[in-house]
Design a protein around this ligand. Structure first.
Ligand SMILES: Cc1cc2nc3c(=O)[nH]c(=O)nc-3n(C[C@H](O)[C@H](O)[C@H](O)COP(=O)(O)O)c2cc1C
Length: 300
């Protein structure tokens, strides 16, 4: 049995590593074997297709990445018709589908539709998107909205239901507890922080959308603190991400309370990041004669 074997709710993870939604495509499997991942998380699917935001959409900062992709995706029909059959054929690891609606009803309709499709092991509910019934404020900032949404979704599936939390909230504990009370079987965090970059020479925004998402190296301390806070507030297992580049970063998250970690922005600069992470993690556990479960949440 592998020392780093873990569990995220109903899913076994061996290795305890996956990819962050939207940062990864199956093209990466030209560079490493997919079995270096414990599961595959899709790019977020929305009900309608989305063309995404105007360019430029990416800007590399001193410590991390700004992005304003705007959830570009083929929509639920396109996903089910084209992307899902392709993933089903290709993947030998569990598939977690990330999805997002613009109203609670739309979220439920999407889940009902996805439930009819074979080959899906679980869902990641992206609540960082705007709720058109609440003046476009993100679902994930309001614990009541998160509770009601999770409660409705949890009635529709017996599969893994992870709610992906936004870091842009005043109390991660309250939102985490709301998702737990609503019936989530795990939590994923963090989505991107708010970020912005301005060209000081011209005064122009470096990104088409001005205020956008910040990820990568610079967000790690924030992601770590939010992982720790969420882990203290709930019993649910946590899929943690935010600035994880190396196995040492991953260990910090396990000690803070993560059961599984995801790599996102790091893949843009190192296609072997996942492989190196799993090898380093296993080496660390071996050397100290530990199992991953001995260290999860054991920060002192
Ligand atoms: C280019 C890009 C696209 C992203 N798209 C999505 C997405 O579709 N759905 C989602 O839940 N998160 C999305 N994210 C957020 C990541 O999944 C992750 O939560 C965040 O980047 C923090 O992890 P990292 O610092 O390891 O990248 C995206 C991030 C980036 C950089």
């Amino acid at each position: 049995m592998s020392r780093s074997k873990s569990k995220l709710g109903k899913l076994d993870f061996d290795p305890p590593v996956t990819v962050a939604s939207g940062t990864f495509g199956t093209e990466y499997f030209d560079f490493f074997d997919q079995r270096w991942l414990g599961a595959y998380v899709s790019k977020t699917v929305t009900f309608e297709p989305k063309a995404g935001n105007p360019v430029p959409r990416l800007y590399e900062t001193e410590a991390g990445l700004l992005n304003a992709i705007g959830l570009q995706n083929p929509g639920l029909k396109g996903f089910i018709g084209e992307e899902l059959p392709r993933l089903r054929d290709l993947l030998q690891i569990p598939l977690i589908v990330s999805f997002s609606g613009s109203t609670p009803t739309e979220f439920c309709q999407m889940l009902e539709c996805l439930e009819k499709q074979p080959g899906i092991a679980g869902y990641e509910v992206n609540v960082s998107c705007p709720n058109v019934e609440k003046e476009g404020l993100p679902f994930g900032i309001d614990p009541d909205v998160v509770f009601n949404l999770t409660r409705e979704l949890s009635k529709l599936t017996d599969k893994e239901l992870t709610v992906k939390l936004s870091p842009n909230v005043s109390s991660i504990e309250q939102v985490a507890q709301a998702a737990e009370a609503g019936g989530a079987t795990s939590l994923a965090l963090i989505n991107t922080l708010w970020g912005m970059a301005v060209d000081w020479r011209t005064g122009k925004s470096r990104i088409g959308r001005k205020v956008c998402g910040y990820s990568g190296m610079g967000v790690k301390p924030v992601a770590l603190a939010l992982t720790y806070k969420a882990a203290q507030a709930v019993k649910l297992p946590i899929l943690a991400m935010g600035g994880i580049h190396t196995w040492r970063d991953a260990l910090e998250f396990f000690y803070a309370g993560a059961s599984v970690v995801a790599v996102g922005t790091a893949m843009f600069s190192n296609s072997q990041a996942v492989v190196e992470l799993v090898q380093g993690l296993n080496g660390y556990l071996e050397e100290r004669n530990l199992r991953l479960k001995d260290i999860i949440g054991k920060v002192s």
